[in-house]
Design a protein around this ligand. Sequence first.
Ligand code: UD1
Length: 338
Amino acid sequence: MRVLVTGGAGYIGSHTVLALLETGHDVLVVDDLSNSSEESLRRVAELAGREARFVQANVRDAAALDAAFAGFSPDAVIHFAGWKAVGESTQIPLTYYRENLGSTFTLLEAMAAHDCHQIVFSSSATVYGELSEPPFTEDSPTGATNPYGRTKHMIEQILADAAAADAELRVAVLRYFNPIGAHASGRIGEDPKGIPNNLLPFVAQVATGRRDKLMVFGDDYPTPDGTGLRDYIHVVDLAAGHLAALDYLGGHGGFHVWNLGTGDPKSVLDIVHAYEGASGVAIPYEIVARRPGDVAASYADVTRAHKELGWQARKSVEQACEDTFRWQSENPDGFADS
Ligand code: UD1
């Protein structure tokens, strides 16, 4: 297939582009590099032995997108591009709505204009909020508690409405739990700018001495060790989930939602210990107050993806920590090293 990937230079995008190229698909990446580096795509090409095409543009740029569709004629789109920091989204909500919703509109319009009828969308388990108890199924109630989460929730609804109005349009919404890890080669991985918001990149920087210690946000949750429980999924498994969703869309019309997680929750301290095991380095930490907006536990019921897509996560949290440690040790400054 010919697959247009927005945000393909980013963390999950680059691992998915690699999997697409390895499977024999042709790929065009559209990315404005606002939170990613073209170096990730150079390394993907080196790993795959073939290149993705690349257009540097914001997905909201209708003229650039039109030219990209006209030149590439994609059969399907995977839409990763978007702003994704929860805290920042509460400070500059209009930017989040403009970028995340606007890019989706431009993309759907370009698809319609160029006879492309399949889209896989990067959603998030954040849409489950605290509306019900985990494990979450795809039918659990959804909503959101911050502007970032609301953009994901709104885009899901926009896609459902678009699919209801157009019998040709096929939509896969993938609700990611907590992506971690890196490619086993150590050549591509997560390269957050500034102080990482997410747990594993922060732990990784503590292990290499770039940060003094981890702040553990609360140990008084109703969980086995009191720290938050999450469903950490290896990014290479997550990438494979996108290929499974694309395959499914090839044979089925309509609008579909799948959780991509492991179904096996781990606590913050489990992750600290797994990383210590993988790196051989002690991770100093301090228990501090809960982070506003955090939930006690979030993990997936993964039955539907297994049944319908024949997909399941295969890699352990230990493997993810080993892969992150390799990536971090060999690229202490991320892609800026090259
Ligand atoms: C966060 C976002 C979520 C988003 C996801 C994207 C918040 C509240 N939620 O999920 O909407 O979809 O990232 O990747 O930001 N933790 C620490 N110390 C740290 C960092 C995290 O103790 O320095 C704890 C958290 O309290 C949580 C767990 O580690 O229990 C995972 O945190 P994180 O990696 O930020 O992911 P989420 O909060 O699940």
